[in-house]
Design a protein around this ligand. Structure first.
Ligand SMILES: [Zn+2]
Length: 467
């Protein structure tokens, strides 16, 4: 990928000096296609053998449940089968990596006469993005029932960090609907599948599981498949389009456009994101607080990394990016014109942080849709040594362990410890009460402990001394 080529090239040029590397990329954009992998013809989401098993299990369950082809004239209108969990702070979270293949020979053809599919693909692959394994680990994207119905097939407890097409079994749900059609939800996270059993009913929009990478899957995504009957040969494509000759009408309650160009996420980061090979969890290096003076790893003093993640990047579209002051005026702004078409991509810039304390906004506008995030600048004056009573650290100075206790009027918040260079050492959620932290691996020196709670940010000094 171009991104990695460019960056490793720079790293070689500048290997004698880290600051050389930092200055080379300063204020310049970087990015490219998201390296998230997708299934393809050599890695089908569901193997031929698995289809046979599904058909047989569904037939058996139909008999057990007395569901003898209960076809009604009701037309199933499908809702989108994914939703953000309450803990997802992003603007959106998915892209379509492959649709149904309408070419019954060796070619490929999607419903819109394009090539967003792979040979023989019988479903719609909806990938989660960015940081799919991070999202999976954090249960941030839920699979939900596209329409009301009865659970006809259920599978859970199978390995869920697969990176390849193979014969592993997926964690999956099949729902049969009143009109005799059925929807299939594949590749979910182990242990996340609804506790309901085969034969129980589900409402439209009801939780079914968490997006994962179980079964024949090259990364976390939902394979969503619709049958207009009880066998694989009754496959339909819920998307209507001029190259879908199987069903003239859309099955979606509201069909999404063929492409949805949008910034799904923006973030402010202490250093570069880390996108390791599947199935390792990505390191986002995001932070919502920066104590001035700030020094990010590999960045010039006072700079942070500002990232934008795009779905359906479209050549010619212009992204307008801005850092807004607490009063809404512009601190800095820039633009980026797309020169490629990508299903999922990202771009990152190192930009000078503001230094005046306050809450700032980083905003991207792409295809007329805004996506923004807020971050706090903490000046040295924000450090409250004696008068703040929101939390206590003891002992301080400390060596191998500290206890951080929240006072009674604080019910929880986010704890971040940074070193004097502004590098984030650790970050975690705090609930009411106190927690113990090992500081054995902290080097001797001064640290800043920040607690963000209910919009309030308080920072205290921590001294670690191993002498
Ligand atoms: Zn698929």
């Amino acid at each position: 990928m171009k991104t990695y080529f460019t960056r490793s090239f720079l790293a070689v040029l500048c290997s004698v000096s880290l600051s050389c590397f930092a200055q080379t990329i300063e204020d310049k954009g970087e990015g490219g296609p998201n390296p998230a992998s997708a299934n393809d013809a050599n890695h089908p989401c569901i193997s031929t053998e698995e289809y046979k098993v599904i058909e047989q299990r569904c037939a058996e369950n139909r008999q057990l449940l007395g569901l003898t082809t209960p076809r009604s004239t009701a037309v199933t209108a499908l809702g989108w089968p994914l939703q953000a969990a309450g803990n997802l702070p992003d603007c959106s979270f998915y892209f379509i990596s492959a649709g149904v293949d309408h070419d019954t020979t060796t070619g490929i053809l999607d419903y819109n006469c394009g090539s967003r599919t792979y040979d023989g693909h019988a479903g719609t692959d909806i990938a989660i993005f960015p940081f799919p394994f991070y999202k999976m680990d954090s249960n941030q994207v839920q699979v939900i029932a596209a329409a009301a119905g009865t659970i006809l097939y259920k599978s859970d407890g199978n390995f869920d960090k697969n990176c390849a097409g193979n014969n592993l079994t997926a964690n999956a749900i099949i729902i049969t609907h009143a009109d005799g059609s059925q929807t299939h939800y594949w590749h979910m996270k182990s242990g996340s599948v609804t506790t309901k059993s085969v034969g129980q009913t589900v409402a439209a929009g009801e939780y079914l599981g968490i997006v994962g990478s179980s079964g024949s899957s090259t990364g976390p995504h939902l394979h969503f498949e619709v049958w207009n009957g009880t066998t694989a040969s009754s496959l339909i494509d819920p998307f209507a389009g001029s190259c879908n000759t199987w069903n003239a009408n859309t099955w979606w309650a509201t069909q999404k456009p063929y492409t949805e160009p949008e910034a799904v996420k923006v973030s402010v980061n202490t250093t570069d994101i880390v996108l390791p090979a599947c199935p390792a969890t990505e390191t986002t290096n995001e932070s919502s607080s920066y104590t001035i003076p700030f020094q990010g790893l590999g960045l010039s003093p006072g700079y942070a990394k500002f990232y934008m993640y795009l779905r359906d990047e479209t050549s010619g579209l212009v992204a307008n990016l801005s850092i807004l002051n607490p009063n809404g005026t512009t601190f800095n702004s820039w633009t980026r014109t797309s020169t490629n078409n990508y299903h999922a991509s990202y771009a990152g810039w190192s930009k000078l942080l503001p230094t005046a304390p306050g809450t700032y906004t980083f905003k991207a506008s792409y295809n007329g849709i805004d996506c923004s995030t807020q971050f706090n600048i903490l000046g040295p004056l924000a450090i409250d040594e004696a008068t703040d009573h929101s939390f206590n650290i003891f002992p301080n100075p400390a060596s191998s362990n500290i206890t951080i206790s929240l006072n009674e009027n604080i019910s929880g918040g986010e704890l971040t410890i940074t070193d004097v260079a502004g590098r984030r050492i650790t970050s975690q959620q705090l609930s009411a009460g106190s927690i113990q932290l090992s500081t054995e691996k902290f080097a001797t020196g001064l640290y800043f402990v920040t607690v963000e709670s209910a919009g309030q940010v308080v920072t205290q000094k921590l001294v670690i001394s191993h002498e």
